[in-house]
Design a protein around this ligand. Structure first.
Ligand code: AMP
Length: 368
């Protein structure tokens, strides 16, 4: 269902997924006077803890989805690994922003790469792989080192195998335990960056500063805002994200992760049609955070200014790192965010800390 009438404060936003992104969206919704209703299969989820209502049910449960749709004014989603059929089901009942098209394109690495390449936007060289035989042919074309990734349901380095000249390809294919994958050439990058843009129901858009991301063990570790890149590269990165959002007819927020190669090319790695970990710094360093912007977009309100008022370095608190909360609270320029997760596991995102610095004070090596 599409509707161009704004949903006034007092309305209820339905959020598919109960993780920290849903939690921070629900908090932003509350500060603008909206309620959040979380739909998640998980009990005691981080998002449900701060929301007005929660439906704990499977995404396949159509009766639960119908009840949920009747209790909310619009629906958004906080992660991509949701089957698209419930999203299509909900779309017939209530506005879903972003809709199934953006979700389906982003959740399948093959669709995602075709989408960008069709727009003339570069990615790492890649081949579709559906068998060990395909993998051997693809390696002849792409070479090594390369990375074999499941087409679907991968995140934070899960569902990936690095392939070197001596890798046993039959074992690598069997180890991935999938029927569809993509082989990607390994990119020697100078840095990783991401561009985050928002698009409203009227097609208006807003972009935050492009940031630099450093990953450790495939998981985002540190985001620096702004990225130390030239204004030319920044404009190129934003134009890629803008083109993608337009072509998906997206309403909400879109993050596009890119590699900046040593010879100055931008190659898209992947995108997420939702608030993104590399945009958490916007809560404390911008006039409008990515979470408030999603609320504005989903409710058909004017977008807010994404202007950065401070430089920022965001560090994820992964596993044990969150136990340092007391020391972090004592740092004068640090803003601590914890996600209310009761079980600490290695590799699990428990919270983040954003350290703020005066505007334009971070060393911008290479910035022109
Ligand atoms: P992904 O799950 O695709 O986001 O990958 C997680 C991280 O692994 C990326 O942010 C990179 O640091 C690294 N990575 C993924 N694909 C490649 C690639 N083709 N070449 C080099 N590094 C990669």
């Amino acid at each position: 269902m599409s509707s161009h009438r704004p949903i006034p404060p007092g309305g209820t936003i339905g959020i598919l997924g109960g993780g920290q992104l849903g939690r921070m969206t629900a908090l932003a919704a509350a500060s603008l006077g909206y309620r959040a209703h979380i739909f998640t299969p998980e009990d005691n989820s981080p998002a449900a803890q701060v929301s007005d209502a929660v439906t704990v049910a499977s995404f396949e449960d159509e009766a639960a989805l119908s009840r949920f749709a009747s209790q909310v004014d619009a629906v958004t989603l906080e992660f991509e690994n949701i089957p698209s059929s419930p999203v299509r089901f909900l779309e017939r009942l209530v506005p879903v922003r972003p809709g199934a098209k953006a979700l389906e394109t982003a959740q399948d690495r093959l669709c995602e790469k075709r989408f960008f390449n069709d727009l003339g936007i570069e990615t790492a060289p890649w081949r579709e792989v559906a068998s060990a035989a395909d993998l051997k042919t693809a390696i002849l074309e792409i070479g090594t080192p390369s990375i074999l990734k499941t087409a679907r349901l991968g995140y934070d380095g899960k569902g990936q195998i690095k392939i070197g000249p001596d890798t046993d390809l039959d074992a690598a294919w069997a180890g991935l335990a999938t029927d569809l994958a993509v082989l990607e050439g390994f990119v020697t990058f100078e840095r990783e960056i991401s561009a985050l843009v928002a698009r409203g129901t009227d097609g208006s858009w807003a972009a935050w500063d492009v940031v630099e991301n450093v990953h450790t063990h495939h998981i985002l570790d540190v985001t620096t805002a702004p990225a130390p890149i030239s204004s030319d590269l920044r404009d190129k990165a934003l134009s890629i994200a803008h083109q993608a959002a337009e072509n998906l007819n997206l309403v909400g927020v879109l993050a596009v992760e890119m590699f900046l190669t040593v010879d100055g090319h931008l190659l898209v790695n992947e995108m997420a049609p939702r608030p993104h970990n590399s945009g958490h710094w916007t809560i404390d360093a911008c006039l409008t955070s990515q979470f408030e912007q999603v609320v504005r977009a989903v409710c058909g309100l004017p977008l807010g200014s994404p202007r950065r008022h401070s430089d920022a370095v965001m560090t994820n608190l992964i596993g044990e790192a969150a136990s340092q909360w007391e020391a972090l609270l004592g740092e004068p320029n640090a803003k601590l965010h914890l996600y209310g997760k009761t079980q600490m596991r290695p590799g699990r995102k428990m919270g983040h800390v954003t350290r703020l610095y005066p505007l334009d004070s971070l060393p911008l090596a290479g910035h022109k």
